[in-house]
Design a protein around this ligand. Structure first.
Ligand SMILES: C[S@@+](CC[C@H](N)C(=O)[O-])C[C@H]1O[C@@H](n2cnc3c(N)ncnc32)[C@H](O)[C@@H]1O
Length: 202
């Protein structure tokens, strides 16, 4: 097991080393939401060093997380962290590109929740690829939809690359908010979180 103090330390260390981990405020929001939903299974896209997965399984009752990380070094560090704190039965970690990952490798076959926290330009592709594995009444959580406040001020962004990225984030936001099958709600928490659920069909 891992305690909150150790988790705080891992977060601080990650930030010092410029490893992008979810902001505390955003994670607290997710913890409340997942506890309310009584979620028992979560699929995470983008593990980094396993910090969010460890924070979530420690604070959400009976939660198991399955998570995918592309980067070699981060994957190895996540593996080490999960093993060190004996969380192998609560966190299943894959080393792969989530865009091309073979879903038959998933240990858990369907999930109460999906958490998208990887390459921001690919949010729609992640969403479309993994939504079939989320239960009918499941919930999708997407982080970083403000992108440091830039999404609503694209014209002020000087860097061409950043502008392109922020345009893609905005495109995802517009796409999901206009979608006929899903209800999306924006929460001004952390760097902007959107919670998506399937619309009820009558
Ligand atoms: C914001 S970090 C994840 C932070 C983590 N969820 C946390 O809060 O502790 C995003 C991670 O997604 C990974 N990533 C980017 N593209 C990916 C892909 N196509 N498949 C899997 N992981 C990807 C990056 O290597 C990076 O470590």
């Amino acid at each position: 097991m891992i305690d909150q103090k150790t988790l705080d330390k891992i977060e601080l260390e990650a930030l010092k080393r410029n490893i992008p981990v979810m902001q505390k405020e955003g994670l607290d929001f997710m913890i409340s939401l997942l506890n309310e939903e009584k979620a028992m299974t979560l699929l995470e896209i983008g593990s980094a060093i396993g910090y969010s997965a460890m924070r979530l399984v420690t604070n959400v009752e009976q939660l198991t997380v399955e998570t995918i990380e592309l980067d070699d070094e981060r994957f190895l560090e996540a593996r080490k962290n999960i093993d060190q704190y004996g969380l192998q039965d609560q966190i299943y970690l894959h080393h792969d590109n989530a865009l091309t990952f073979d879903e038959s490798q998933l240990v858990l076959k369907n999930f109460d929740a999906l958490f998208i926290d990887a390459a921001k330009a690919q949010y729609q592709r992640f969403f479309e690829k993994y939504i079939p594995y989320i239960k009918e009444n499941g919930v999708v959580i997407v982080d970083n939809l403000d992108f440091h406040g830039m999404v609503d001020h694209i014209e002020e962004i000087r860097s061409r690359n950043t502008r392109q990225l922020v345009k893609k984030i905005k495109r995802f936001r517009d796409w999901i908010f206009d979608h006929e099958l899903y209800d999306a709600h924006y929460y001004p928490v952390g760097d902007g979180i959107v919670v998506v659920r399937r619309k009820e069909t009558s």
